[in-house]
Design a binder for this molecule. Sequence first.
Ligand code: NAD
Ligand code: WQD
Length: 348
Amino acid sequence: MKILVTGGTGFIGSHTLVELYASGHEAVVVDNLCNSTQTALKRVEELVGRSIPFYQVDIRDRDGLNSVMNQHRFDVCIHFAGLKAVGESVEKPWEYYENNLSGTLTLLDVLRQHGCKNIIFSSSATVYGDPAIIPITEECPKGHCTNPYGQTKSMLEEIMMDMQRADKAWNVVLLRYFNPIGAHPSGRIGENPSGIPNNLMPYLTQVAVGKRPELGVFGNDYDTPDGTGVRDYIHVVDLAKGHVAALKAIESNCGCAIYNLGTGQGYSVLQLVNTFEKVNGIHIPYSIKPRRAGDIAICYSNPAKAERELGWKAELGLEEMCRDAWNWQKNNPEGYGGMENGKLKTEN
Ligand code: NAD
Ligand code: WQD
């Protein structure tokens, strides 16, 4: 299939491109590079041995999107583009609503005008809020999102479901990711946070590489086996393969379908730290800090629906996630070379 990948130079998008090409699909990438660099795409091209058309276009730019869609006919759009930092979204709610909501509304409109009514959307386990049931199935009611980022995911899910209800020509697949970590085993592509990482694994790998003195563990008094937060970490390569599997739902005219993409296993912060130390033979200094506002104690998936309906399940475990995250960080201590306003400071 020919696929429009928005946000394709980002962390999950770049890994998904590799898996799309490995499965015989073709992609065109649209990204405004606000949180990524074209070097990621160059490295994907090396990995897949093909050149991939790229347009530096903002998804809020209707003319820009029209121009891309006048040049290509797409079967499906995989829509990653969006702002994703939870804390920043609390500081800058307008920017998050404007980018994520306006951008997606414009994208949906241009897609339908060009006759492409198939979309796979990056949603998040954050829509479950503090989950009513554990492990979380797709039937678990959506919860209260404590931050604007999560609200944008939840609202966009509703918008796309309403559009599909009104026009049955649409196929909408909502993928609710749990906690993607790790990197491609080649060490050529991976997560490239700008500034101080918000998420656990990129922070931990920056401690491992000596860029930060120690990891802060946010709370050890949760109602969990060791008191630290429990999450469903999923290898980004497994997650990427989940998107290839989701194309099957589109092919079978699924209408609207929702899938959790997780492993079904919950691990605590300290279990992750211990596994990282054991697999990579590196000591990670850490200290216990107060709980982080908005965090929940436990979040892990029941991923059975994706296996039953898409034939997809996560294959890689916590050890592979820790090994590949470290392999990426140690080979690319500055990520893709450091970015300034979407441009590389140094090329590597
Ligand atoms: P990322 O920031 O690495 O990738 C997102 C990409 O979208 C970036 O390359 C950025 O430049 C681009 N972008 C942002 N706004 C844009 C706009 N207006 N126009 C064009 N491009 C724009 O993030 P990621 O981790 O790869 O996440 C991909 C998607 O998955 C996001 O929608 C995110 O919210 C969602 N998600 C991520 C996680 C996670 O933990 N990484 C979890 C659940 C859901
Ligand atoms: C994991 C655990 C922290 C950093 C976030 C978003 C979610 C989704 C995935 C996009 C928690 C603890 C963290 C640190 C720590 N993103 N931690 N020290 O919060 O589960 O999910 O990313 O959709 O919406 O909220 O992920 O990696 O930030 O935290 O102790 O320096 O690690 O308290 O228990 P989270 P995370």
